[in-house]
Structures are given as structure tokens and as C-alpha cells.
Design a protein around this ligand. Structure first.
Ligand code: CO8
Length: 265
């Protein structure tokens, strides 16, 4: 598998129908700098356009962790609130994950703090290693999360758990994170994380891609739409899928007791 560089801080790799986005600042525990802010959306856009890619995985290079949050050592001059507000538009790079129609899985090993957890919160499936450590420590720095943490966390876990994490800044281990639904899967061992994530990604990539895209769209819309509109959207998407080649192929393959061959139409 060939690893290609988007820039100094982000690599990509294609493995069959799975596209890997790799944060590559291991010495700084992949702390978020401008190259990550630019490189991740660029990598996602590449994979979004690539018909061969059906599932995307985000992971971090190095043993220490997925991402230790924003680069605290980035030097900036004094700024007033207006200047900060303008600059913080760059925090919207995480929204590139929302705009991706293909499923995005994040592999969380080691530290996943602040902006790193905000990145993970925007993904569709959070898969942790047993050594994962997750926290939103921003209030301890006199700040609040600025990459969607205050909004996405309570859409992922119950609001009581979200406020607990936001106010305390406490670090959660993988077992605790799974118990509150912050991650949905924990790997057997630290070493098996990427293999397990890869297997899950391949499994999803084997499914009819249109159905995968539409189910993601409908489920994500449920977080924003009132129920009636969400149910309408679900039926619209169902009706679009029912006559597709892949839906017909799935039914034929079932009747004929053979493996289906999906073409993405
Ligand atoms: N930014 C820049 N460099 C970092 C960061 C970071 N967030 N985290 C770790 N590093 C660097 C360390 O400086 C160190 O580099 P060096 O070897 O050159 O000194 C290297 O990575 C390894 O880190 P440690 O030696 O500290 O490793 P430990 O195992 O002792 O500790 C921790 C690991 C617990 C993850 C620790 O590094 C830590 O607490 N990091 C900061 C975590 C954090 O608070 N992140 C910010 C969260 S808030 C956020 O993301 C949004 C708000 C941003 C505000 C920015 C203010 C300007």
C-alpha cells in the first residue's frame, strides 16, 4: 500500500475500497497545526471524489496517540476577540467530515484530547484502542472547545455526560468512553486496533455504496430535522434505492444463494 503525502502533517493511503487519512506529526502527538487544518479536508475531498473509495478511516501516526489537540506551542501575537473570531473560522476544517458522504471511521489510540476529540466526534464510528485516553480539557486553559465539542458531544452522548466531560475536563479511558457511548467499539488489544478497524471498514465497503451513503445521510439528518421531515427524507431515500441495480442484485443473490456483486448503481 503506497502512502502519499498531502503535506508535512497529513498522509493518505488507499487499501482497496478504503481510504486512510493519517495525521503525521507523531513527535507532537499529532497536535493540530495549520497543515493538519488544510490537509485533512484536502484528503477527504480526494477520497470523496474517488469512486473506488467507499469508506474513509482517520488515524494518527506514532505510539503516543491519535491527537493531543490544538498545537499549544503555535506562536501568535496578541489578538482581540474580533481577530480571534475571524481566525477561528479555521476551526471549521472539522466540518469537512460532516460534508463527506462516505462513512468515516476514526481509530483512537492513546491520547485524544481537545481538538483531537472534536475531530473524532465529527466521525461516524469511533473505534478505540484499550489504551485510549479522551478528554476536553479546554476550560482548564481558560477556553471552551472551538471545534464543535460543545455541540457535537451532546449529540453523541447523553447531555449529562457531555456537561460532566466539558466541566470537569476529566480523562476517560476506553472502557468508560464505551460505557457512555462516546466510542462504540474497543479493540481487543492496542496492537489489534488497526486490523480491527480495517476489517470493519472493508465490511462496510462491501455493501452497496448508495445504500451506505443514504443511510448515513438519513441518520445524520435525524439529529437536525423534526421527526416528520426526517421520516419523509427516509422514505424519499428508500424509494430512490429500491429500483437500483444493487438492490435488485441483493434480492437475486439471496434467492439464488450466491454472493452479491454490487456495482454502485
Ligand atoms: N501542542 C503542542 N505540542 C504538544 C501538544 C499540544 N497540544 N501535546 C503534546 N505536545 C508535545 C509536547 O510538547 C512534547 O514535545 P517535546 O518532546 O518537544 O517537549 C511531545 O508532544 C510529547 O508530549 P509530552 O512530553 O507532554 O507527553 P506526556 O506523555 O508527558 O503527556 C499529554 C501527554 C498528557 C497529552 C500532554 O502532552 C498534554 O497534556 N498535552 C496537551 C493536551 C492539551 O491540553 N491539548 C489542548 C487541548 S485544548 C484544544 O485542543 C483547543 C484549545 C486550544 C488552545 C490553544 C491555546 C493557544
Amino acid at each position: 500500500k503506497v502512502v502519499e503525502s498531502i503535506n508535512d502533517a497529513v498522509n493518505v493511503c488507499r487499501d482497496g475500497n478504503v481510504g486512510w487519512v493519517i495525521l503525521n506529526r507523531p513527535k507532537q502527538i499529532n497536535a493540530i497545526n495549520d497543515e493538519i487544518r488544510v490537509g485533512v479536508p484536502e484528503a477527504l475531498e480526494q477520497f470523496e471524489k474517488d469512486k473506488e473509495i467507499r469508506v474513509i478511516v482517520i488515524r494518527g501516526e506514532g505510539e503516543r496517540g491519535l491527537c493531543a489537540g490544538a498545537d499549544i506551542k503555535e506562536r501568535r501575537g496578541p489578538e482581540n476577540s474580533l481577530q480571534v473570531r475571524k481566525r477561528m473560522e479555521c476551526a471549521r476544517w472539522i466540518e469537512s467530515i460532516d460534508q463527506t458522504t462516505k462513512p468515516v471511521i476514526v481509530a483512537i489510540h492513546g491520547y485524544c484530547m481537545g481538538g483531537g476529540l472534536e475531530l473524532a466526534l465529527a466521525c461516524d464510528i469511533r473505534y478505540a484502542s484499550p489504551n485510549a485516553v479522551m478528554a476536553l480539557p479546554e476550560t482548564g486553559l481558560g477556553l471552551i472547545p472551538g471545534g464543535g465539542g460543545t455541540q457535537r458531544l451532546s449529540r453523541v452522548v447523553a447531555p449529562g455526560h457531555a456537561l460532566d466531560m466539558l466541566l470537569s475536563g476529566d480523562r476517560l479511558d476506553a472502557a468508560r468512553a464505551r460505557s457512555i457511548g462516546l466510542v462504540t467499539r474497543v479493540a481487543e488489544t492496542q496492537e489489534s486496533l488497526l486490523q480491527e478497524v480495517s476489517e470493519l471498514a472493508q465490511k462496510i465497503a462491501m455493501k452497496p455504496p448508495l445504500a451506505t451513503t443514504y443511510v448515513k445521510r438519513a441518520a445524520r439528518a435525524s439529529l437536525e430535522l423534526e421527526l416528520k421531515r426526517g421520516l419523509d427524507l427516509e422514505l424519499d431515500l428508500f424509494a430512490l434505492l429500491a429500483p437500483t441495480e444493487d438492490a435488485r442484485e441483493a434480492a437475486s443473490a439471496f434467492s439464488e444463494r450466491r454472493s452479491p456483486n454490487f456495482i454502485g448503481e
